[in-house]
Design a protein around this ligand. Sequence first.
Ligand SMILES: Cc1cc2nc3c(=O)[nH]c(=O)nc-3n(C[C@H](O)[C@H](O)[C@H](O)COP(=O)(O)OP(=O)(O)OC[C@H]3O[C@@H](n4cnc5c(N)ncnc54)[C@H](O)[C@@H]3O)c2cc1C
Length: 458
Amino acid sequence: MRMTGNTADAIAGFLRMYRYATPRVGVLFLLYLGVILLPLGLAVWQTPQTDGSFFTEVGKNCALLGLALVFLQFVLAARCRLIERPVGIDILYSFHRFMGVLAGALLLCHPLFLAMGDQGAAFLFTLSQPVVIWLGKIALALLVFIVLLSVFQRILIGFRKWRFVHNVAVVLVLLLGVAHSMFVGGDLAEGGALLGLWLLLMLTALGAYAWHKVIRRWWRRLHAWSVEEVVSVAPDVYRVKLTPPSGREVAAYLPGQAQFLTLLRKRGLPREEHPFTISSSPTEAGCLVSTIKKSGGFTATIGQTRPGDRAIVEAPYGRFSYLMHPATSRLFFIAGGIGVTPLRSMLRYMADIRLDVEVVLLHFVRTSEDLVFRGEFEEIASRKRPRLQYVPVVSRSEEGWRGETGHVDSGLLRKHIGEGGEGQVYLCGPPGMMKASLRALREVGIPRTRIHYEYFSL
Ligand SMILES: Cc1cc2nc3c(=O)[nH]c(=O)nc-3n(C[C@H](O)[C@H](O)[C@H](O)COP(=O)(O)OP(=O)(O)OC[C@H]3O[C@@H](n4cnc5c(N)ncnc54)[C@H](O)[C@@H]3O)c2cc1C
């Protein structure tokens, strides 16, 4: 398929937006830092003379910083394009996780420092305290609970239950924390600019939450997409093709980007939102396709999706696309299992626009049955553009298998990529395989600056 003028223009325009966004990371970070420090600055400005001990002051400042971080957590999690575009969704969520832990630690320090200061240790354990103090204690206990649950989510309750608890608890933490700070915090009780800023931050946080969780989802549900096709393409792997509602077009996206998909299926099937790569290419007009492998509770039900089911589609997200990085005539694609989906999107795109580029694709799977897109990759490899060298690698030796066998290691990479091989590397797969690949790439002398990767977990 050749790209139409419209598609080419849409991609070029879309790419310009990303290129324009990239240098803004530093500005966004400074803005973030400014918003966190502003309440502290205002508190110092409003009451330069302090009447408490050093520890009491540190305790109060920890609370101001910690709660400011909590406010901004809501903005980070709202998947705002302005923030997501320059950094990518995976980095944004990692940052959100890290800042959640930092906020928890700062707020935990708040009562500890107060106890070390004027309040005394008894303050931590006394039950007979005013309600507003208890509001703060409950908010803190909830926050520590969420942070621990988030860190140990996989072993403790699983993603689905964790997300429900997290979504409810964070709003409670915000409301209880604000009530506590406004009635107890001396600086805030004085009113003035600090109180105004505090209320503005709280409203921004709640607004971002309502926008992300309610308004945008409601709007997208009104304009739900349709499932057109569900086809089994390998054991436990399904290709799900989606089409937009009538009168609407598929928004521009870059090959390799991802979508958040909610399948509004009836029949008692789960309806939660999950991230999946858009495995189709922008050259395949009029639809979005994801290729989904069974991994847990939700993905195990993908095969039960039926044509005609409706779906909420939120796309595109991520920066994992060769178009996002410096132009090069050599590319190395390394995929583990279903991690091949963004690479398929890029290869389909390159084949459709007949891009003159050399690509080596190493696809690591357990058995040859797991080689999703094998026929298509072999067909592309027979073309002149792109010059694709397709190297499937199975980990379990099979009768009749003539290709490579084993796991990712420096020997295999040296053989197919060469020592320090010129070009950009794109890596996607399960965490263990990614770790081994990064180690092996280092051993063959590929610098980290030339390695781009995406984790299939947020
Ligand atoms: C950017 C990106 C692109 C992806 N592309 C693909 C793809 O093309 N094909 C494919 O098969 N898989 C893809 N995945 C992985 C896919 O999202 C998970 O396998 C799926 O969400 C697991 O859900 P589950 O309930 O079946 O498994 P579970 O066993 O319940 O979850 C396994 C892990 O997946 C993650 N996860 C689960 N539910 C969610 C959720 N609702 N939102 C975010 N993370 C969740 C959690 O880390 C969890 O621990 C992608 C993931 C990301 C982040």
